[in-house]
Design a protein around this ligand. Structure first.
Ligand code: PEP
Length: 251
């Protein structure tokens, strides 16, 4: 089964609106020839609407880095799925390790967010991955299995076609330390097997699984050549359009 590749940039809490516009200008100027990859950017909430037109001209889809699980309500400081769609987001990151670790988001809440994203018409990217401690204790498969099964609980199988999984070992995020292509492939294949056994093999074959964790121009090619790696979720190296383009060329 051929799955369309994805290259996604998670800008975290970086980039003003002007910086984002400049990034798209540089990207647009030299991206020719790589139209077979879905390009997604995840800017700050406040940047999504202002850069919508430029992004769409450059064939870039936009997403948010989080959402609240409720439809609406008295949740000061939070943003709903409906608001994100209205602002021009098509995608949303859910369960990023920074949300899990720094903001205490647990599997049950992450699952509610995935459900809310789907109800709102957003395509969720569910992030999963073990910490260094868990890997050293050889618990990575148990952790990832739990995050997947809990995170995707109660989702209608037909809706799973809208979901993308990002395997992001926590010890590789922003550390410069990358999983070897062999380790990453092994985990991606394991994720696909869990999806196949919990849901349907047809879903497992078509669901896209991204690798994230210190993806750079010099390691992207080997990672993206692995049969179960359908692209990348890139943090630090997505902040410069030129570097992101070099990663894109790895496809
Ligand atoms: C991320 O934040 O999702 C990420 C993968 O970051 P980095 O590429 O900087 O490791």
């Amino acid at each position: 089964m051929s799955r369309k590749k994805i290259l996604a940039g998670n800008w975290k809490m970086y980039k003003s609106i002007n910086e984002a516009r400049n990034w798209i200008r540089v990207f647009q100027g030299s991206k020719k020839g790589v139209l077979h990859v879905d390009i997604l950017l995840f800017p700050a909430y406040t940047t999504i609407y202002p850069i919508g037109k430029e992004a769409s001209k450059a064939n870039i889809s936009l997403g948010a880095q989080n959402l609240h699980e409720a439809e609406e309500g008295a949740y000061t400081g939070e943003v709903s799925g409906k608001m994100l769609v209205e602002a021009g987001a098509d995608w949303v990151l859910i369960g990023h390790s920074e949300r899990r670790i720094l903001f205490g988001e647990h599997d049950e809440r992450i699952n509610l967010k995935v459900l809310r994203a789907l109800i709102s018409g957003l395509k969720p990217i569910l992030c999963v991955g073990e910490t260094l401690e868990e890997r050293e204790a050889n618990q990575q498969e148990d952790v990832v299995r739990r995050q997947l099964i809990e995170g995707l609980k109660d989702i209608h199988p037909d809706d799973l076609y809208q979901v993308v999984i990002a395997y992001e070992p926590v010890w590789a995020i922003g550390t410069g330390q990358t999983a070897t292509p062999q380790d990453a492939q092994e985990m991606h294949s394991f994720i696909r097997s869990i999806i196949g056994s919990q849901w349907k093999s047809r879903i497992a074959e078509s669901i896209r699984i991204l690798y994230g964790g210190s993806v750079k121009p010099d390691n992207a090619k080997e990672l993206f050549a692995c049969p179960d790696i359908d692209g990348g979720l890139v943090g630090g190296a997505s902040l410069k359009a030129e570097t992101f383009l070099s990663i894109l060329r790895a496809f």
